[in-house]
Write a protein that binds this ligand. Sequence first.
Ligand SMILES: [Zn+2]
Length: 341
Amino acid sequence: MQTQTDRYARQVLLPQIGPQGQERMRAASVAVVGCGALGTVIADGLARAGVGSLRLIDRDVVELHNLQRQVLFDEEDVAASLPKAVAAARKLARINSDVRVEPVVADLSPRNAERLLDGVDLVVDGTDNFEARYLINDVCVKHRRPWVHGAVVGTYGVTTTILPGRTPCYRCILLRKPAPGTTPTCDTAGVLGAAVNVIASLEVVQAIKVLTDQVDPTPPLIFVDVWANQWEMVPIRKGDGRCPACDEGRLDFLTARETGRVVELCGEGAFQITPSGDGRIPLVQLADRLRRVGEVFQNEYLLRFRTAPYEVTVFADGRALVKGAADEAEAKGVYAKYVGT
Ligand SMILES: [Zn+2]
């Protein structure tokens, strides 16, 4: 058995890391929000680099069309319908058994965000939507926790590091959430796997800098278009106006009242239904009931029910993904009919 010194030998040789930096990373804990294209590359990079503790938060299940770019998954994960957080954690355990990996199958929401992002030194953004980023920002501003932002679509992406209290926050940079339908998404514009890997790798570098206390005094916004060979560093300055989040302490996304909600998921052709309340769903009983009306698949994390034209995936916390519905209202109707309200 080789020692951990052997494992990190090439990294420890770097003057930027050294034995001290390596030890700091071993003692650190990081939450990665989203375990898709960005998140799998980020989690892989942090685990191989020897970050001691990783919490992987994701709401989704591995599907065939993910394999083009989501590097921790394979065809067996698709066949087993594993939640992404669980499949990623299993893969990472085989890559570096010294890293403590905690998979969390959940949708980051105002109700759970503070709890899920608690107790970590850093949050890294592997999400695919503005809502989640504003929520991460609110939690991190409130608790003065650093976070690394990253986003990719098509062949380009951006990343920056946010240190609440020291740098402008995400809301300083993007005061208003773009209206739905006004920005390209992976669904409408596609995404090049290699572009994701570049942004995710830059996020890993920024994470290592934060964890070893070597973060740039004024982290820029880095823009990369891998196809157009375009790299830009954009300095970030606070605008003239006051920021509702970091200047006035108004954490609108964290304090949003959450009732049951329906959101369309980017790239999935699915609607996510999150019921109000905290009730857990007895999956075994639900499976028995649904077998009378359609085809049911079940594993320890979820139940999948098919009845044409719908496919409904229900998690134990009551959250469901509905495919085959034309709009939110239809998706809600399907949930109410088969799962219950
Ligand atoms: Zn701000």
